[in-house]
Write a protein that binds this ligand. Sequence first.
Ligand code: F6R
Length: 602
Amino acid sequence: MLEGLKRLEYRGYDSSGVAVWTENGIKQTKRKGRVVELETALGDDLGGTLGISHTRWATHGDVTATNAHPHTSSDGKFALVHNGVIENYVGMKNFLIEKGYSFKSQTDSEALCNLIAYHYTKEEEEQESAGKNRFLESVRKSLRHVEGTYGIAVICTDYPGELIGARKGSPLILGLGKGENLLASDVNAITHCTQNVVYLNDNEVVHLSNDDFAITTVSCQSVEAVIHQVDWDTSETELGDYKHFMEKEIFEQPTSLQNGMRGRFSDDASTAVFGGLNLTPQELRQIDRILFLACGTAWHSCLVAEYLIERFARIPVEVEYASEFRYRNAPLDKNTLVVAISQSGETIDTLGALREAKRKGYRTLAINNSVGSTIARESDGGIYQHAGPEIGVASTKAFTSQIMICAMLALYLGRLRDLSYGDGVEIVKALKKVPAQVEQILEQNDHIAAIAKRYSKYEDCLFLGRQLMFPIALEGALKLKEISYIHAEGYPAAEMKHGPIALISEECPSVFLATNGETFHKSLANAQEVKARKGKIICIATEGCDIPEGLADETVLVPEAHEIVTPILMSIPVQLLSYHVALERGCDVDKPRNLAKSVTVE
Ligand code: F6R
Protein backbone atom coordinates (compact mmCIF):
# COMPACT_ATOMS: atom_id res chain seq x y z
CA MET A 1 0.00 0.00 0.00
CA LEU A 2 2.82 2.41 0.83
CA GLU A 3 4.45 1.81 -2.54
CA GLY A 4 1.07 2.44 -4.18
CA LEU A 5 0.59 5.64 -2.19
CA LYS A 6 4.01 6.91 -3.20
CA ARG A 7 3.18 6.25 -6.83
CA LEU A 8 -0.09 8.12 -6.36
CA GLU A 9 1.33 11.01 -4.41
CA TYR A 10 1.18 13.31 -7.44
CA ARG A 11 -2.62 13.05 -7.23
CA GLY A 12 -2.69 14.68 -3.78
CA TYR A 13 -0.12 15.13 -1.07
CA ASP A 14 -1.35 17.13 1.87
CA SER A 15 -1.94 14.18 4.22
CA SER A 16 -2.22 10.41 4.05
CA GLY A 17 -3.35 7.39 6.01
CA VAL A 18 -3.97 3.64 6.11
CA ALA A 19 -6.49 1.39 7.83
CA VAL A 20 -5.79 -2.30 8.23
CA TRP A 21 -8.19 -5.09 9.14
CA THR A 22 -6.98 -6.92 12.28
CA GLU A 23 -8.62 -9.40 14.63
CA ASN A 24 -8.85 -6.62 17.20
CA GLY A 25 -10.64 -4.22 14.93
CA ILE A 26 -9.54 -1.67 12.37
CA LYS A 27 -6.04 -0.30 12.99
CA GLN A 28 -5.66 3.16 11.61
CA THR A 29 -2.72 5.52 11.15
CA LYS A 30 -2.94 9.00 9.60
CA ARG A 31 -0.45 11.80 9.21
CA LYS A 32 -0.42 15.35 7.90
CA GLY A 33 2.19 15.95 5.19
CA ARG A 34 3.83 13.63 2.70
CA VAL A 35 3.55 9.83 2.55
CA VAL A 36 7.03 9.58 4.06
CA GLU A 37 5.58 10.90 7.36
CA LEU A 38 3.07 8.08 7.32
CA GLU A 39 5.74 5.55 6.46
CA THR A 40 7.83 6.63 9.45
CA ALA A 41 4.82 6.44 11.75
CA LEU A 42 3.87 2.95 10.58
CA GLY A 43 7.20 1.23 11.07
CA ASP A 44 7.74 -2.16 9.44
CA ASP A 45 4.62 -4.15 10.18
CA LEU A 46 1.14 -3.07 9.20
CA GLY A 47 -0.23 -6.09 11.10
CA GLY A 48 -2.68 -7.43 8.52
CA THR A 49 -3.27 -8.51 4.92
CA LEU A 50 -6.30 -6.40 4.07
CA GLY A 51 -6.25 -2.63 4.13
CA ILE A 52 -7.11 0.64 2.48
CA SER A 53 -4.99 3.76 2.10
CA HIS A 54 -5.23 7.27 0.71
CA THR A 55 -3.22 10.36 -0.05
CA ARG A 56 -5.36 13.48 0.10
CA TRP A 57 -5.90 16.68 -1.84
CA ALA A 58 -8.20 18.62 0.46
CA THR A 59 -11.67 19.59 -0.72
CA HIS A 60 -13.79 19.71 2.46
CA GLY A 61 -11.97 20.55 5.67
CA ASP A 62 -8.50 21.76 6.56
CA VAL A 63 -5.31 19.84 6.05
CA THR A 64 -5.09 17.89 9.32
CA ALA A 65 -4.45 14.28 10.31
CA THR A 66 -8.09 14.04 11.45
CA ASN A 67 -9.39 15.07 8.05
CA ALA A 68 -7.03 12.63 6.30
CA HIS A 69 -8.52 9.38 5.00
CA PRO A 70 -9.38 6.61 5.83
CA HIS A 71 -12.42 7.63 7.86
CA THR A 72 -14.06 5.24 10.27
CA SER A 73 -17.70 4.99 11.27
CA SER A 74 -18.39 6.09 14.82
CA ASP A 75 -19.17 2.48 15.83
CA GLY A 76 -15.68 1.50 14.59
CA LYS A 77 -17.03 -1.14 12.19
CA PHE A 78 -16.19 0.47 8.86
CA ALA A 79 -13.24 2.31 7.35
CA LEU A 80 -13.51 4.12 4.03
CA VAL A 81 -11.34 6.05 1.60
CA HIS A 82 -13.04 8.38 -0.84
CA ASN A 83 -12.19 10.51 -3.86
CA GLY A 84 -14.79 12.94 -5.13
CA VAL A 85 -17.33 15.19 -3.48
CA ILE A 86 -20.54 14.18 -1.71
CA GLU A 87 -22.69 17.19 -2.43
CA ASN A 88 -25.55 16.30 -0.06
CA TYR A 89 -23.31 15.45 2.89
CA VAL A 90 -24.67 18.19 5.15
CA GLY A 91 -28.20 16.72 5.15
CA MET A 92 -26.72 13.23 5.48
CA LYS A 93 -24.58 14.30 8.44
CA ASN A 94 -27.48 16.02 10.25
CA PHE A 95 -29.64 12.92 9.78
CA LEU A 96 -26.89 10.67 11.17
CA ILE A 97 -26.18 12.95 14.15
CA GLU A 98 -29.87 12.69 15.01
CA LYS A 99 -29.55 8.91 14.86
CA GLY A 100 -26.68 9.03 17.36
CA TYR A 101 -23.64 8.88 15.06
CA SER A 102 -20.72 11.12 15.91
CA PHE A 103 -18.21 12.86 13.65
CA LYS A 104 -14.53 13.54 14.14
CA SER A 105 -13.60 15.25 10.86
CA GLN A 106 -14.91 18.12 8.74
CA THR A 107 -15.07 15.94 5.63
CA ASP A 108 -17.95 14.88 3.43
CA SER A 109 -16.43 11.37 3.26
CA GLU A 110 -17.01 10.58 6.93
CA ALA A 111 -20.75 11.08 6.38
CA LEU A 112 -20.77 8.28 3.79
CA CYS A 113 -18.85 5.98 6.13
CA ASN A 114 -21.38 6.53 8.91
CA LEU A 115 -24.26 6.12 6.46
CA ILE A 116 -22.94 2.67 5.55
CA ALA A 117 -22.76 1.82 9.27
CA TYR A 118 -26.32 3.08 9.70
CA HIS A 119 -27.68 0.92 6.88
CA TYR A 120 -25.67 -2.04 8.10
CA THR A 121 -27.34 -1.91 11.51
CA LYS A 122 -30.77 -1.07 10.17
CA GLU A 123 -30.85 -3.79 7.56
CA GLU A 124 -29.48 -6.51 9.85
CA GLU A 125 -32.46 -8.83 10.04
CA GLU A 126 -33.80 -8.16 6.57
CA GLN A 127 -30.49 -8.96 4.82
CA GLU A 128 -29.64 -11.97 6.93
CA SER A 129 -32.97 -13.58 6.22
CA ALA A 130 -32.55 -12.91 2.51
CA GLY A 131 -29.12 -14.64 2.56
CA LYS A 132 -27.37 -11.55 1.20
CA ASN A 133 -23.98 -10.11 2.10
CA ARG A 134 -24.94 -7.39 4.57
CA PHE A 135 -21.71 -5.47 4.03
CA LEU A 136 -22.28 -5.27 0.30
CA GLU A 137 -25.97 -4.43 0.65
CA SER A 138 -25.35 -1.59 3.09
CA VAL A 139 -22.71 -0.06 0.80
CA ARG A 140 -25.07 -0.30 -2.17
CA LYS A 141 -27.99 1.10 -0.24
CA SER A 142 -25.90 4.04 1.01
CA LEU A 143 -24.61 4.86 -2.46
CA ARG A 144 -28.16 5.21 -3.72
CA HIS A 145 -28.48 8.22 -1.39
CA VAL A 146 -25.33 9.96 -2.58
CA GLU A 147 -25.52 13.06 -4.76
CA GLY A 148 -22.10 13.89 -6.16
CA THR A 149 -19.08 11.87 -7.14
CA TYR A 150 -17.16 9.05 -5.56
CA GLY A 151 -14.48 6.46 -5.99
CA ILE A 152 -14.47 4.54 -2.72
CA ALA A 153 -12.95 1.51 -1.01
CA VAL A 154 -14.45 0.17 2.23
CA ILE A 155 -13.59 -2.53 4.77
CA CYS A 156 -15.71 -3.90 7.62
CA THR A 157 -14.62 -5.56 10.88
CA ASP A 158 -17.21 -8.35 10.42
CA TYR A 159 -15.86 -9.33 6.97
CA PRO A 160 -12.22 -10.45 7.11
CA GLY A 161 -10.58 -10.56 3.71
CA GLU A 162 -13.37 -8.65 1.93
CA LEU A 163 -13.07 -5.26 0.28
CA ILE A 164 -15.76 -3.28 -1.49
CA GLY A 165 -15.17 -0.53 -4.03
CA ALA A 166 -17.51 1.62 -6.11
CA ARG A 167 -17.30 4.52 -8.51
CA LYS A 168 -19.33 7.35 -9.91
CA GLY A 169 -17.46 10.22 -11.52
CA SER A 170 -14.10 9.37 -9.89
CA PRO A 171 -11.88 6.68 -11.39
CA LEU A 172 -11.50 3.22 -9.85
CA ILE A 173 -9.49 0.33 -11.23
CA LEU A 174 -9.45 -3.28 -10.15
CA GLY A 175 -6.05 -5.00 -10.35
CA LEU A 176 -5.97 -8.79 -10.59
CA GLY A 177 -2.79 -10.14 -9.01
CA LYS A 178 -1.46 -13.53 -8.00
CA GLY A 179 -2.99 -14.40 -4.63
CA GLU A 180 -4.02 -10.78 -4.23
CA ASN A 181 -6.48 -8.37 -5.76
CA LEU A 182 -6.19 -4.61 -5.59
CA LEU A 183 -8.20 -1.44 -6.06
CA ALA A 184 -6.74 1.91 -7.04
CA SER A 185 -7.79 5.23 -8.48
CA ASP A 186 -4.98 5.12 -11.05
CA VAL A 187 -3.24 2.16 -12.73
CA ASN A 188 0.07 3.73 -11.86
CA ALA A 189 -0.49 2.73 -8.21
CA ILE A 190 -0.68 -0.99 -8.97
CA THR A 191 1.47 -1.71 -12.02
CA HIS A 192 4.26 -2.87 -9.67
CA CYS A 193 1.86 -5.67 -8.54
CA THR A 194 -0.05 -6.58 -11.69
CA GLN A 195 -0.59 -5.60 -15.31
CA ASN A 196 -4.11 -7.14 -15.46
CA VAL A 197 -6.77 -4.57 -14.76
CA VAL A 198 -10.49 -3.96 -15.03
CA TYR A 199 -11.60 -0.36 -15.49
CA LEU A 200 -14.80 0.10 -13.50
CA ASN A 201 -17.61 2.18 -14.94
CA ASP A 202 -19.85 4.67 -13.17
CA ASN A 203 -22.43 3.12 -10.86
CA GLU A 204 -20.51 -0.14 -10.56
CA VAL A 205 -19.68 -1.83 -7.27
CA VAL A 206 -16.91 -4.40 -6.94
CA HIS A 207 -16.73 -6.92 -4.14
CA LEU A 208 -13.36 -8.60 -3.83
CA SER A 209 -11.23 -10.93 -1.81
CA ASN A 210 -7.63 -11.99 -2.44
CA ASP A 211 -8.69 -14.63 -5.01
CA ASP A 212 -12.11 -13.63 -6.28
CA PHE A 213 -14.15 -10.65 -7.38
CA ALA A 214 -17.64 -9.79 -8.61
CA ILE A 215 -18.88 -6.62 -10.22
CA THR A 216 -22.48 -5.47 -10.00
CA THR A 217 -24.25 -2.17 -10.42
CA VAL A 218 -25.51 -0.09 -7.52
CA SER A 219 -28.95 -1.38 -8.46
CA CYS A 220 -27.78 -5.04 -8.21
CA GLN A 221 -27.39 -6.03 -11.88
CA SER A 222 -24.38 -8.21 -12.53
CA VAL A 223 -21.66 -6.87 -14.83
CA GLU A 224 -19.29 -8.85 -17.04
CA ALA A 225 -15.70 -7.78 -16.34
CA VAL A 226 -13.44 -6.92 -19.27
CA ILE A 227 -9.81 -7.55 -18.35
CA HIS A 228 -7.20 -5.27 -19.94
CA GLN A 229 -3.47 -5.69 -20.07
CA VAL A 230 -1.54 -2.55 -19.11
CA ASP A 231 1.53 -2.39 -21.31
CA TRP A 232 3.47 0.14 -19.26
CA ASP A 233 7.08 -0.43 -18.57
CA THR A 234 7.20 0.20 -14.80
CA SER A 235 10.62 1.86 -15.13
CA GLU A 236 8.80 4.67 -16.94
CA THR A 237 7.36 5.73 -13.62
CA GLU A 238 10.71 5.75 -11.83
CA LEU A 239 13.09 8.69 -11.50
CA GLY A 240 16.27 6.94 -12.66
CA ASP A 241 19.18 9.37 -12.68
CA TYR A 242 17.03 12.48 -12.66
CA LYS A 243 16.42 14.71 -9.63
CA HIS A 244 12.79 15.39 -10.44
CA PHE A 245 10.06 13.93 -12.61
CA MET A 246 9.60 17.31 -14.23
CA GLU A 247 13.26 17.30 -15.31
CA LYS A 248 12.97 13.69 -16.50
CA GLU A 249 9.82 14.43 -18.46
CA ILE A 250 11.30 17.55 -20.09
CA PHE A 251 14.26 15.45 -21.23
CA GLU A 252 12.04 12.60 -22.41
CA GLN A 253 10.41 14.80 -25.03
CA PRO A 254 12.46 13.65 -28.02
CA THR A 255 11.19 10.13 -27.26
CA SER A 256 7.61 11.03 -26.32
CA LEU A 257 7.24 13.09 -29.51
CA GLN A 258 8.69 10.27 -31.58
CA ASN A 259 6.26 7.81 -30.00
CA GLY A 260 3.31 10.07 -30.79
CA MET A 261 4.23 10.01 -34.50
CA ARG A 262 5.16 6.34 -34.81
CA GLY A 263 3.13 4.59 -37.53
CA ARG A 264 0.99 7.66 -38.08
CA PHE A 265 2.08 8.86 -41.52
CA SER A 266 0.68 7.67 -44.84
CA ASP A 267 2.83 5.62 -47.22
CA ASP A 268 3.39 8.62 -49.50
CA ALA A 269 4.29 10.74 -46.41
CA SER A 270 1.92 13.54 -47.34
CA THR A 271 -0.58 13.16 -44.51
CA ALA A 272 -1.17 11.70 -41.06
CA VAL A 273 -3.21 8.57 -40.35
CA PHE A 274 -5.08 7.79 -37.16
CA GLY A 275 -6.53 4.40 -36.29
CA GLY A 276 -9.15 5.29 -33.71
CA LEU A 277 -11.09 8.29 -35.01
CA ASN A 278 -14.12 6.13 -35.87
CA LEU A 279 -15.06 8.69 -38.51
CA THR A 280 -14.77 8.14 -42.24
CA PRO A 281 -13.11 10.76 -44.45
CA GLN A 282 -16.61 11.44 -45.86
CA GLU A 283 -17.96 12.12 -42.37
CA LEU A 284 -14.98 14.31 -41.54
CA ARG A 285 -15.53 16.37 -44.66
CA GLN A 286 -19.02 17.19 -43.43
CA ILE A 287 -17.70 18.70 -40.19
CA ASP A 288 -17.98 22.45 -40.47
CA ARG A 289 -16.82 23.44 -36.97
CA ILE A 290 -14.66 21.92 -34.26
CA LEU A 291 -15.09 22.68 -30.60
CA PHE A 292 -12.12 21.91 -28.35
CA LEU A 293 -12.66 21.41 -24.61
CA ALA A 294 -10.01 21.10 -21.90
CA CYS A 295 -8.56 22.59 -18.72
CA GLY A 296 -5.24 24.17 -17.78
CA THR A 297 -2.27 23.22 -19.90
CA ALA A 298 -4.43 21.02 -22.12
CA TRP A 299 -6.56 24.11 -22.82
CA HIS A 300 -3.42 25.84 -24.10
CA SER A 301 -2.90 22.91 -26.47
CA CYS A 302 -6.43 23.54 -27.74
CA LEU A 303 -5.49 27.16 -28.50
CA VAL A 304 -2.56 25.93 -30.58
CA ALA A 305 -4.96 23.51 -32.33
CA GLU A 306 -7.25 26.44 -33.13
CA TYR A 307 -4.48 28.30 -34.97
CA LEU A 308 -3.22 25.20 -36.75
CA ILE A 309 -6.55 23.73 -37.86
CA GLU A 310 -7.92 27.06 -39.03
CA ARG A 311 -4.66 27.81 -40.88
CA PHE A 312 -4.02 24.42 -42.51
CA ALA A 313 -7.47 22.80 -42.72
CA ARG A 314 -9.59 25.97 -42.96
CA ILE A 315 -12.17 24.61 -40.50
CA PRO A 316 -13.49 27.12 -37.94
CA VAL A 317 -12.44 26.15 -34.43
CA GLU A 318 -13.65 27.23 -31.03
CA VAL A 319 -11.93 26.58 -27.74
CA GLU A 320 -13.76 26.50 -24.42
CA TYR A 321 -12.76 25.88 -20.86
CA ALA A 322 -14.48 22.56 -20.16
CA SER A 323 -15.78 23.82 -16.83
CA GLU A 324 -17.50 26.77 -18.53
CA PHE A 325 -18.90 24.88 -21.51
CA ARG A 326 -20.74 22.39 -19.36
CA TYR A 327 -22.99 25.02 -17.80
CA ARG A 328 -23.08 27.61 -20.57
CA ASN A 329 -25.58 25.87 -22.81
CA ALA A 330 -23.86 27.16 -25.95
CA PRO A 331 -25.77 26.76 -29.22
CA LEU A 332 -23.78 24.48 -31.54
CA ASP A 333 -24.19 23.61 -35.15
CA LYS A 334 -25.22 20.03 -35.93
CA ASN A 335 -22.03 19.38 -37.89
CA THR A 336 -19.80 20.33 -34.98
CA LEU A 337 -17.16 17.85 -33.89
CA VAL A 338 -16.29 18.05 -30.19
CA VAL A 339 -12.70 17.24 -29.19
CA ALA A 340 -11.65 16.88 -25.55
CA ILE A 341 -7.95 17.06 -24.71
CA SER A 342 -6.82 15.59 -21.40
CA GLN A 343 -3.53 14.08 -20.33
CA SER A 344 -5.04 12.05 -17.50
CA GLY A 345 -8.38 11.38 -19.15
CA GLU A 346 -9.95 11.74 -15.71
CA THR A 347 -10.32 15.51 -15.23
CA ILE A 348 -13.89 15.79 -14.05
CA ASP A 349 -14.52 19.20 -15.65
CA THR A 350 -13.46 17.85 -19.05
CA LEU A 351 -15.37 14.62 -18.56
CA GLY A 352 -18.49 16.57 -17.57
CA ALA A 353 -18.22 18.75 -20.69
CA LEU A 354 -17.67 15.71 -22.91
CA ARG A 355 -20.75 14.02 -21.46
CA GLU A 356 -22.79 17.17 -22.01
CA ALA A 357 -21.70 17.27 -25.67
CA LYS A 358 -22.54 13.58 -26.07
CA ARG A 359 -25.89 14.03 -24.39
CA LYS A 360 -26.68 16.66 -27.01
CA GLY A 361 -25.79 14.20 -29.74
CA TYR A 362 -22.46 15.60 -30.96
CA ARG A 363 -19.67 13.37 -32.26
CA THR A 364 -16.85 13.38 -29.77
CA LEU A 365 -13.13 12.64 -29.97
CA ALA A 366 -10.54 12.53 -27.19
CA ILE A 367 -6.84 13.34 -27.35
CA ASN A 368 -5.59 11.60 -24.28
CA ASN A 369 -2.44 10.14 -22.74
CA SER A 370 -3.87 7.47 -20.41
CA VAL A 371 -5.00 4.31 -22.12
CA GLY A 372 -8.29 3.09 -20.65
CA SER A 373 -9.10 6.38 -18.92
CA THR A 374 -12.73 7.41 -18.51
CA ILE A 375 -12.54 10.15 -21.15
CA ALA A 376 -10.93 7.73 -23.63
CA ARG A 377 -13.63 5.15 -23.01
CA GLU A 378 -16.55 7.54 -23.17
CA SER A 379 -15.65 9.42 -26.35
CA ASP A 380 -16.73 8.14 -29.77
CA GLY A 381 -13.17 7.97 -31.00
CA GLY A 382 -9.77 9.24 -30.12
CA ILE A 383 -6.06 9.63 -30.51
CA TYR A 384 -3.71 8.38 -27.83
CA GLN A 385 -0.71 10.57 -27.19
CA HIS A 386 1.66 7.69 -26.28
CA ALA A 387 3.79 10.14 -24.29
CA GLY A 388 4.25 7.64 -21.45
CA PRO A 389 3.18 8.27 -17.85
CA GLU A 390 3.51 11.88 -16.71
CA ILE A 391 4.17 12.06 -12.97
CA GLY A 392 5.40 15.65 -12.44
CA VAL A 393 2.41 17.76 -11.49
CA ALA A 394 3.38 20.45 -13.99
CA SER A 395 2.62 19.09 -17.42
CA THR A 396 5.52 19.18 -19.88
CA LYS A 397 5.88 16.20 -22.22
CA ALA A 398 2.11 15.73 -22.34
CA PHE A 399 1.73 19.34 -23.51
CA THR A 400 4.18 19.06 -26.41
CA SER A 401 2.74 15.70 -27.37
CA GLN A 402 -0.76 17.18 -27.45
CA ILE A 403 0.49 19.95 -29.74
CA MET A 404 2.17 17.35 -31.94
CA ILE A 405 -1.10 15.39 -32.23
CA CYS A 406 -3.00 18.61 -33.00
CA ALA A 407 -0.47 19.50 -35.72
CA MET A 408 -0.94 16.04 -37.22
CA LEU A 409 -4.71 16.40 -36.98
CA ALA A 410 -4.49 19.78 -38.76
CA LEU A 411 -2.44 18.09 -41.48
CA TYR A 412 -4.89 15.19 -41.80
CA LEU A 413 -7.96 17.42 -41.93
CA GLY A 414 -6.16 19.81 -44.28
CA ARG A 415 -5.29 17.02 -46.70
CA LEU A 416 -8.97 15.95 -46.70
CA ARG A 417 -9.72 19.47 -47.92
CA ASP A 418 -7.52 21.95 -49.72
CA LEU A 419 -3.98 21.38 -48.44
CA SER A 420 -1.83 20.33 -51.39
CA TYR A 421 0.24 17.17 -51.69
CA GLY A 422 3.45 19.27 -51.71
CA ASP A 423 2.44 21.20 -48.58
CA GLY A 424 1.58 17.89 -46.88
CA VAL A 425 5.01 16.45 -47.70
CA GLU A 426 6.72 19.58 -46.30
CA ILE A 427 4.74 19.34 -43.07
CA VAL A 428 5.49 15.63 -42.59
CA LYS A 429 9.20 16.38 -43.08
CA ALA A 430 9.00 19.17 -40.52
CA LEU A 431 7.23 16.97 -37.98
CA LYS A 432 9.73 14.16 -38.37
CA LYS A 433 12.61 16.55 -37.64
CA VAL A 434 11.13 17.67 -34.32
CA PRO A 435 12.65 15.05 -31.94
CA ALA A 436 16.19 15.89 -33.12
CA GLN A 437 15.49 19.61 -32.88
CA VAL A 438 14.14 19.23 -29.35
CA GLU A 439 17.31 17.31 -28.49
CA GLN A 440 19.33 20.29 -29.74
CA ILE A 441 17.35 22.73 -27.60
CA LEU A 442 17.81 20.54 -24.53
CA GLU A 443 21.58 20.98 -24.97
CA GLN A 444 21.05 24.58 -23.88
CA ASN A 445 19.97 23.43 -20.44
CA ASP A 446 22.99 25.01 -18.68
CA HIS A 447 22.59 28.29 -20.54
CA ILE A 448 18.92 28.47 -19.54
CA ALA A 449 19.77 27.49 -15.93
CA ALA A 450 22.21 30.42 -15.80
CA ILE A 451 19.50 32.81 -17.02
CA ALA A 452 17.09 31.38 -14.43
CA LYS A 453 19.63 32.13 -11.69
CA ARG A 454 19.67 35.80 -12.68
CA TYR A 455 15.87 36.07 -12.77
CA SER A 456 14.73 33.92 -9.86
CA LYS A 457 14.35 36.81 -7.39
CA TYR A 458 11.68 38.71 -9.34
CA GLU A 459 8.10 38.38 -8.11
CA ASP A 460 6.34 39.27 -11.40
CA CYS A 461 6.90 38.27 -14.98
CA LEU A 462 5.13 38.73 -18.32
CA PHE A 463 5.16 36.21 -21.18
CA LEU A 464 4.41 37.79 -24.53
CA GLY A 465 3.93 36.26 -27.96
CA ARG A 466 1.82 36.72 -31.06
CA GLN A 467 -0.24 34.24 -33.09
CA LEU A 468 1.00 30.71 -32.44
CA MET A 469 3.26 32.02 -29.70
CA PHE A 470 0.36 33.42 -27.68
CA PRO A 471 -0.72 30.01 -26.28
CA ILE A 472 2.93 29.26 -25.51
CA ALA A 473 3.11 32.58 -23.63
CA LEU A 474 0.07 31.50 -21.61
CA GLU A 475 1.65 28.11 -20.95
CA GLY A 476 4.97 29.73 -19.95
CA ALA A 477 3.19 31.93 -17.43
CA LEU A 478 1.23 28.98 -16.04
CA LYS A 479 4.37 26.86 -15.68
CA LEU A 480 6.24 29.62 -13.88
CA LYS A 481 3.46 30.47 -11.47
CA GLU A 482 2.49 26.91 -10.61
CA ILE A 483 5.95 25.69 -9.66
CA SER A 484 7.79 28.82 -8.49
CA TYR A 485 4.84 30.87 -7.12
CA ILE A 486 5.95 33.91 -9.12
CA HIS A 487 3.06 35.97 -10.40
CA ALA A 488 3.17 35.60 -14.18
CA GLU A 489 0.80 36.48 -17.00
CA GLY A 490 0.70 35.54 -20.66
CA TYR A 491 -0.52 38.06 -23.22
CA PRO A 492 -0.62 38.49 -26.97
CA ALA A 493 2.39 40.81 -27.31
CA ALA A 494 0.40 43.57 -29.00
CA GLU A 495 -2.24 43.55 -26.25
CA MET A 496 0.37 44.64 -23.73
CA LYS A 497 -0.02 48.27 -24.64
CA HIS A 498 -3.74 48.06 -23.84
CA GLY A 499 -3.13 47.65 -20.12
CA PRO A 500 -0.44 45.27 -18.85
CA ILE A 501 2.28 47.72 -19.93
CA ALA A 502 1.47 49.52 -16.69
CA LEU A 503 3.21 46.64 -14.88
CA ILE A 504 6.50 47.08 -16.71
CA SER A 505 9.34 48.36 -14.60
CA GLU A 506 12.85 47.26 -13.61
CA GLU A 507 11.10 44.84 -11.26
CA CYS A 508 9.02 43.03 -13.90
CA PRO A 509 10.91 41.15 -16.64
CA SER A 510 9.24 39.98 -19.86
CA VAL A 511 9.79 36.79 -21.78
CA PHE A 512 9.30 37.47 -25.49
CA LEU A 513 8.51 34.54 -27.76
CA ALA A 514 9.31 35.53 -31.33
CA THR A 515 9.57 33.32 -34.38
CA ASN A 516 10.56 34.29 -37.89
CA GLY A 517 7.36 35.13 -39.72
CA GLU A 518 4.97 37.87 -40.62
CA THR A 519 4.57 39.29 -37.08
CA PHE A 520 8.25 39.08 -36.11
CA HIS A 521 9.00 42.77 -36.60
CA LYS A 522 5.81 43.77 -34.84
CA SER A 523 6.86 41.61 -31.88
CA LEU A 524 10.19 43.43 -31.84
CA ALA A 525 8.37 46.73 -31.72
CA ASN A 526 6.47 45.47 -28.67
CA ALA A 527 9.78 44.45 -27.08
CA GLN A 528 11.13 47.96 -27.71
CA GLU A 529 8.15 49.35 -25.80
CA VAL A 530 9.19 47.23 -22.82
CA LYS A 531 12.83 48.23 -23.14
CA ALA A 532 11.89 51.91 -23.21
CA ARG A 533 10.27 51.41 -19.80
CA LYS A 534 13.35 49.73 -18.31
CA GLY A 535 11.84 46.25 -18.34
CA LYS A 536 14.33 43.40 -18.69
CA ILE A 537 13.82 41.16 -21.74
CA ILE A 538 14.42 37.45 -22.12
CA CYS A 539 14.01 36.75 -25.80
CA ILE A 540 13.28 33.24 -27.00
CA ALA A 541 13.47 33.25 -30.76
CA THR A 542 14.21 31.13 -33.81
CA GLU A 543 17.76 31.03 -35.19
CA GLY A 544 18.33 33.52 -37.96
CA CYS A 545 15.96 36.08 -36.44
CA ASP A 546 17.32 39.58 -36.69
CA ILE A 547 17.24 40.77 -33.07
CA PRO A 548 18.64 44.31 -32.80
CA GLU A 549 21.80 44.61 -30.71
CA GLY A 550 21.10 45.56 -27.11
CA LEU A 551 17.37 44.84 -27.21
CA ALA A 552 17.37 41.54 -25.33
CA ASP A 553 19.05 41.12 -21.97
CA GLU A 554 19.05 37.36 -22.51
CA THR A 555 18.59 35.29 -25.64
CA VAL A 556 17.73 31.65 -26.23
CA LEU A 557 17.58 30.43 -29.80
CA VAL A 558 15.71 27.41 -31.15
CA PRO A 559 16.30 25.88 -34.62
CA GLU A 560 14.52 27.44 -37.53
CA ALA A 561 11.56 25.28 -38.52
CA HIS A 562 8.22 25.08 -40.33
CA GLU A 563 5.71 27.25 -38.50
CA ILE A 564 3.52 24.20 -37.68
CA VAL A 565 6.17 22.87 -35.27
CA THR A 566 7.37 26.14 -33.73
CA PRO A 567 4.95 25.90 -30.76
CA ILE A 568 6.59 22.59 -29.79
CA LEU A 569 10.13 23.90 -30.12
CA MET A 570 9.45 27.17 -28.29
CA SER A 571 7.83 25.31 -25.39
CA ILE A 572 11.09 23.61 -24.41
CA PRO A 573 13.07 26.71 -23.27
CA VAL A 574 9.97 27.96 -21.49
CA GLN A 575 9.70 24.69 -19.54
CA LEU A 576 13.41 24.68 -18.70
CA LEU A 577 13.28 28.30 -17.58
CA SER A 578 10.44 27.72 -15.12
CA TYR A 579 12.02 24.48 -13.89
CA HIS A 580 15.32 26.17 -13.08
CA VAL A 581 13.71 29.28 -11.56
CA ALA A 582 11.69 27.02 -9.24
CA LEU A 583 14.85 25.11 -8.27
CA GLU A 584 16.65 28.38 -7.53
CA ARG A 585 13.79 29.39 -5.25
CA GLY A 586 13.94 26.06 -3.42
CA CYS A 587 10.44 25.00 -4.51
CA ASP A 588 9.22 21.42 -4.69
CA VAL A 589 8.88 21.27 -8.48
CA ASP A 590 7.17 17.89 -8.65
CA LYS A 591 4.64 18.64 -5.96
CA PRO A 592 3.85 22.35 -6.01
CA ARG A 593 1.73 23.66 -3.17
CA ASN A 594 -2.07 23.33 -3.39
CA LEU A 595 -2.00 21.39 -6.67
CA ALA A 596 -2.77 17.82 -7.67
CA LYS A 597 -2.04 16.03 -10.91
CA SER A 598 -5.46 14.95 -12.03
CA VAL A 599 -8.33 16.96 -10.71
CA THR A 600 -11.27 14.64 -10.20
CA VAL A 601 -13.47 17.18 -8.43
CA GLU A 602 -15.39 20.04 -10.07
C1 F6R B 1 -0.56 22.32 -15.44
C2 F6R B 1 -1.38 21.14 -15.50
C3 F6R B 1 -2.86 21.29 -15.42
C4 F6R B 1 -3.55 20.25 -16.31
C5 F6R B 1 -5.07 20.32 -16.13
C6 F6R B 1 -5.80 19.34 -17.03
O1 F6R B 1 0.79 22.03 -15.57
O2 F6R B 1 -0.88 20.05 -15.59
O3 F6R B 1 -3.26 22.58 -15.76
O4 F6R B 1 -3.21 20.49 -17.63
O5 F6R B 1 -5.40 20.04 -14.79
O6 F6R B 1 -5.37 18.03 -16.80
P1 F6R B 1 -5.64 16.88 -17.85
O7 F6R B 1 -4.84 17.16 -19.06
O8 F6R B 1 -5.20 15.62 -17.16
O9 F6R B 1 -7.11 16.89 -18.13
